[in-house]
Design a protein around this ligand. Sequence first.
Ligand SMILES: [Zn+2]
Length: 263
Amino acid sequence: MTDQTLLDVVDDLTLPKNHRVVQDILDPIIDPSTGVQAVDEDGNDRWHHRGTRKVPARTDALLQQLTDAITASMGGPSGKGKLAHERLPLDADALARAVRITAAIGAWCVERELRPTRNPIVDLRSWYASTRSDNAFDEDRYLTTARGWVREVQGLLNPWDEGDLEDPCPRCGANVWHATDDPEDSPGRPRPLAYKFRRTDGDDMVANAWAYCRACDPEAKDPWGVRELKYEIELAAVVGPSQREDGPDTPVDTTGGNLPNLA
Ligand SMILES: [Zn+2]
C-alpha cells in the first residue's frame, strides 16, 4: 500500500479494475432418502465445501461505485448484477462523502485553471493529466489526500476485516493498549498491533492490508503495510523498538519503511 504513486491512486479512483477473487466451491449434499438437497435443523441447505478457486472479477472504479451506490439508494437504476459489497443501503454518509470529494477535486481543477464538470472521475483524470507537464508539481502534497479517499470509499463500500498480532509494537514497544486516553478509565488490553484486510481483495489482499498500533497511533494516522510491519517486528526483536521521535503525525515514509536509527 505504501509504495503507490499518485497515478496508482488516481487509477483506483477512476478506472475499473480486473482482478481475481477467491470463491468457495460448494457441492449440494444430497439426502439419500429423499434424493434432494439435505437441510440442517434450521432448514438451511447443506453444502459440501470442496475447496476454493480464483475467478476473474471486474470492479468498477471506486468513484463510480460510490456514485452508483448513491444513485441506487435514491431509487435510480438499481445495483443489480453488482457484487454484494458494491451495493449500499440508503446512506446519507455516502452522499456527504461524495459531495465533499467531488468538491475537493473541483478545487484541485480550479487551482490548475481547469473548469470542473462536477463529474469527479472526469475532473480527477483531467486534473492529473494537467499536472504531467508541470515540473514544479508536488505529487506528495496530493497523494496523502487521494489515498485517504481510496481508503474512505473502500471502507464505506466494503468494510475491513480485522485481526491483531501478539508481538509488541516495534515502534513504541508496548504490549498493552488502552481503549481511551485515560488509562485510569480503561484497563490495559493485550495485543496492541491491529491489522485490517479485505478478503474480497483477492490477489491484492496482502498488498492492500495495513496495520497500526493502538497504543502509540490509536487513530491510525501513520499505518504500516503488513509486509513492512513484519519486517519491523523482526528488526525490533533484534535491536529493540525504534522509538521514533517524529511521532505519528508525519506521513508514511514510502521509500524504505520507517527504519530505526541503527547508529
Ligand atoms: Zn506502538
